[in-house]
Design a protein around this ligand. Structure first.
Ligand code: ZN
Length: 510
C-alpha cells in the first residue's frame, strides 16, 4: 500500500460557487484514495505516510478537468487548417494528414498534464470508419500509458455532412465531377446507426471502468443537424440502459441555431426538449447561441454545458452566455476543444481567459468569480465525465487527483497578504509553476517530467512520422475541399443566420 501526505501553504477546493481555503493543510492519501484532508500538523501526527510531498512553498488544488477535447493531429493549425468560420474550418480539415493515434494521444496527454489536466472528456473525431476501432484502441492505450483519466466518446456525422442541408440536395447543385468526388468521399465515411451503436457497445464492454478504473465510455451524437431524431432517441435510450452519459456539440455557431429555426421553427435545444432528450446525463459542448428560453430548459433538465472560450473565439462563433447560465443554475464546465488560445491545451490559460471574458462592462454588470472558474474546471466538469463523486474536489473518499503549485514565482518579489490565493493562482500561474501532477496518488508529472514517457522521444517519433510526404489520396481530398469551399461559402451566404439581441453588450455603435 502506497501512502503519502501532501502539504501546502494553501489548500483550495471548490465549494459551490465559492472555494474552501485552508492554511498549512494537507491531503493524506492511501492507494490513490483521499483518506483525510485537514491541518498539516494534525494529519502528520495521525498517519505514518510512505512519503511526504509539498510544503509551505506550495498550493494544492484538485486535478483539473478538460471537459471538451478532440484528437485532431498535433494541432489543427499545425495540420494546415487556419482559424476560420467553423463551417469552413471543418472543410479545411478534410484531407488531414493521417496520424498515429497512439503517439498523438501521448503528445496531447503530456501537453494537457503540463498545465494540470488530470481528466479529459475526449471526443474522437469522425475519421476513416475502416480503422475506427483500431484508432480508438490506440487512443485509449495512449491515455492509459500517460496515466490520465478519460471520458471517451466518438461522434458520427450521419447526415448534412457538407453544409447544414441534405447531402443529396447540396451535391445536386455542384458541378457533376465535383459532386462525384464528394459523393465518393462521403461514402467512405458512411456509418449506419446500427454500426455506431454496435461500435459503442463493443467499446463500452472493452473499456468502461477499465485501465485501473480510469476510463468511462460515453455516447456521442454529433449534433442535431448531423444526426436524425431516431439516432438521438436511441442514444438517450442507450444511456439509460448502460448507465452512462451523452456528450454532444450543440448550437456552436449561429448557422447551427438557424438550422433549427429553418427545420423545426425553433432552436435546436427547444427541439431536443420536444424529444425529451436533455437530462442530467447529457452535456452539450459550446452552446454559444442559446436563447433565454434555452437556458431555462437546460437548467430545468439539469444538463451540463461545456464552455470552450478559446475555440469559440478562434472559429468565429462568439461568446457563450456563461453569466446568464450560471445565474440560472446551469452546470457549466469548461474545455479547450483542442483549440486553446495559445494552441497548446493550456487549461490554466483557458481558465484565465474564461475569468476575463465574462466580465461585462459596468459596475453592477455580472462578472464571473474566481470560485466559479475553479468549479468549471473541477467539480462542475467532473459531473458529465462519469467520474462525478470520484474527482473534482479534495475530500475524503475521492480519488487523489491533485496539483502541487509552486508559489515562489507567483509571490515574487512581493505579495500582499490580502491577495486571495485562488485569485493569485488564477491570475498568475503557468505550467512552469506546476511542481507535481498527481493522479490516483501517483506523481505523473514532476517538474514537467513523466516517470515512464519521454516527451523528447515522443516528439522525435512524431517528427519522423510527420515528415513523410502527404499520401496521394490525402492530397486529392485536399484539392477537392479547395474546389468545394466556394460552394460551401455560397450556401451560408444565401442562408444568413437570424440576428437577435445579444446576452452581453461589449460595445455600442450609437
Ligand atoms: Zn468540439
Amino acid at each position: 500500500m502506497a501512502s503519502s501526505l501532501i502539504r501546502g501553504k494553501h489548500l483550495l477546493t471548490p465549494a459551490g460557487a465559492g472555494v474552501t481555503t485552508l492554511y498549512d493543510a494537507a491531503v493524506y492519501q492511501e492507494d490513490g484514495v483521499i483518506k483525510d484532508v485537514g491541518p498539516y500538523q494534525s494529519l502528520r501526527d495521525k498517519y505514518q505516510p510512505d512519503a511526504e510531498l509539498g510544503g509551505l512553498d506550495y498550493a494544492i488544488i484538485p486535478g483539473l478537468v478538460n471537459a471538451h477535447h478532440h484528437g485532431r493531429g498535433v494541432t489543427t493549425l499545425q495540420m494546415g487548417a487556419c482559424d476560420d468560420c467553423l463551417e469552413l474550418w471543418i472543410l479545411a480539415g478534410w484531407g488531414r494528414r493521417p496520424c498515429d493515434y497512439y503517439l498523438i494521444t501521448l503528445y496531447t496527454a503530456l501537453n494537457m498534464m503540463a498545465s494540470g489536466t488530470t481528466t479529459v472528456m475526449y471526443n474522437h473525431p469522425q475519421g476513416a470508419v475502416a480503422t475506427l476501432q483500431e484508432d480508438v484502441d490506440a487512443v485509449l492505450r495512449g491515455f492509459r500509458d500517460a496515466g490520465m483519466r478519460v471520458a471517451f466518446s466518438s461522434f458520427p456525422r450521419t447526415q448534412n455532412r457538407v453544409v447544414y442541408a441534405s447531402d443529396g440536395e447540396f451535391l445536386s447543385g455542384l458541378p457533376a465531377d465535383l459532386a462525384d468526388d464528394v459523393g465518393r468521399f462521403l461514402a467512405a465515411a458512411d456509418m449506419s446507426d446500427d454500426d455506431y451503436f454496435a461500435f459503442f457497445d463493443d467499446t463500452y464492454r472493452q473499456y468502461h471502468n477499465h485501465h485501473s478504473g480510469k476510463v468511462r465510455v460515453l455516447l456521442s451524437p454529433a449534433n442535431v443537424q448531423w444526426n436524425s431524431d431516431d439516432f438521438l432517441l436511441r442514444a438517450k435510450e442507450y444511456a439509460a440502459r448502460y448507465q452512462t452519459g451523452i456528450h454532444m456539440h450543440l448550437m456552436e455557431s449561429a448557422y447551427q441555431k438557424d438550422y433549427g429555426l429553418r427545420t423545426w421553427g425553433k432552436t435546436p435545444l427547444a427541439h431536443l426538449h420536444d424529444l425529451g432528450f436533455p437530462g442530467p446525463e447529457v452535456s452539450f459542448a459550446h452552446a454559444v447561441w442559446l436563447t433565454d428560453g434555452d437556458i431555462e430548459l437546460l437548467s430545468d433538465a439539469g444538463a451540463t454545458v461545456c464552455h470552450n472560450a478559446s475555440s469559440n473565439l478562434r472559429l468565429k462563433n462568439g461568446i457563450a452566455p456563461v453569466n446568464p447560465m450560471l445565474a440560472r443554475g446551469v452546470n457549466v464546465a469548461m474545455g479547450t476543444d483542442s483549440t486553446a488560445i495559445n494552441d497548446d491545451d493550456d487549461i490554466l490559460q483557458e481558465m484565465r481567459l474564461v475569468s476575463k471574458l465574462h466580465r461585462q462592462p459596468g459596475i453592477d454588470a455580472p462578472a464571473i468569480s474566481a470560485g466559479q472558474v475553479l468549479a468549471m474546471a473541477t467539480a462542475n466538469a467532473a459531473i458529465p465525465t462519469g467520474f462525478d463523486g470520484d474527482i473534482g474536489a479534495l475530500e475524503p473518499g475521492r480519488r487523489a487527483d491533485l496539483l502541487l503549485i509552486r508559489l515562489d514565482r507567483l509571490e515574487n518579489p512581493y505579495l500582499d497578504p490580502d491577495t486571495p490565493p485562488l485569485e493569485l493562482i488564477l491570475g498568475r500561474a503557468k505550467p512552469q509553476d506546476i511542481a507535481a501532477v498527481i493522479v490516483d496518488g501517483e506523481i505523473l508529472l514532476q517538474d514537467g517530467a513523466h516517470p515512464r514517457i519521454s516527451q523528447a522521444e515522443v516528439l522525435q517519433e512524431l517528427r519522423e512520422q510527420l515528415a513523410h510526404p502527404l499520401p496521394p489520396a490525402t492530397q486529392a481530398t485536399r484539392q477537392m475541399a479547395t474546389r468545394l469551399a466556394p460552394h460551401v461559402e455560397q450556401f451560408y451566404r444565401t442562408h444568413p443566420p437570424t440576428s437577435g439581441t445579444p446576452h452581453y453588450a461589449y460595445n455600442s455603435r450609437i
